[in-house]
Design a protein around this ligand. Structure first.
Ligand SMILES: [Zn+2]
Length: 237
């Protein structure tokens, strides 16, 4: 748990992607990616430890529906009563009956659509940016006044280097590249990732270098290359 930039707390629980609590300066906060179902109780304890009042958590934002990001959404919603916001293309994976085996977890009751360019209710200085590729309704969240972007799994930041996520079969590799260019056009200075540590300055330059060195790469090769990170982060970064 660490305040990575003023008003943004980075939270981590087991088997989970990074979660971020973002304050609006007036006691209200939104939570980005609550993490895995099994980490949910620890996350809620961490929120309570920070002095977060349940009724002042005004939104639970999902970058996408994968269980290491969204599994605890229903638990945190039960605790806070806050709506869960996601892009509508992720709704089928968040609805009743979605998931399988150990990934079948309670689903949020109040799902609210957040589309490309929508301001986040309760945190108006943040907008959703549709960045498909890794998943169809993947959203990044951008704070223009702070030049700060929350990237979910659009990119991983593993051992100091940027890497593409897995799941880019077929046409989704091209779609993902378009999403990266879209994020580059935002001109963000800082980036916070679903997996890996933050980049707090010079992110757009880093992304330029990454895009310049990007080579077509078959999905099986990327999976092989990312095996250490996959093991560390769970099977679905
Ligand atoms: Zn994912």
């Amino acid at each position: 748990m660490a305040e990575v930039v003023p008003g943004v707390v980075w939270l981590r629980t087991r088997h989970s992607a990074n979660a971020y609590l973002v304050f609006d300066g007036e006691g209200q906060a939104v939570l980005i990616d609550p993490g895995s179902y099994s980490g949910g109780p620890d996350l809620i304890r961490a929120l309570e430890g920070l002095g977060q009042r349940p009724d002042r958590l005004v939104g639970i934002l999902l970058t996408h529906a994968h269980p290491d990001h969204a599994g605890a959404a229903a638990l945190v919603q039960e605790w806070s009563g806050a709506p869960v916001y996601a892009h509508p293309a992720e709704f089928p994976a968040l609805g009743p009956g979605a998931g399988f085996g150990r990934f079948r977890v309670p689903r949020p009751r109040r799902l609210v659509s957040l589309d490309d360019g929508d301001a986040v209710p309760g945190c108006e200085l943040m907008v959703g940016v549709h960045t498909p590729g890794h998943s169809p309704g993947h959203l990044a969240f951008f704070m223009p006044d702070r030049k700060l972007v929350f990237l979910g799994d659009l990119l991983l930041h593993v051992d100091g280097r940027l890497a593409r996520p897995i799941g880019l079969f077929g046409r989704s590799g091209t779609i993902h590249l378009a999403s990266l260019k879209r994020v580059r056009a935002l001109g963000a200075e800082g980036a916070l990732f679903g997996h890996g540590s933050p980049i707090l300055t010079g992110f757009s330059d880093r992304l330029d270098q990454f895009l310049a060195n990007l080579r077509p790469e078959p999905e099986w090769l990327r999976i092989l290359r990312n095996i250490p990170a996959l093991i560390r982060f769970g099977l679905r970064p």
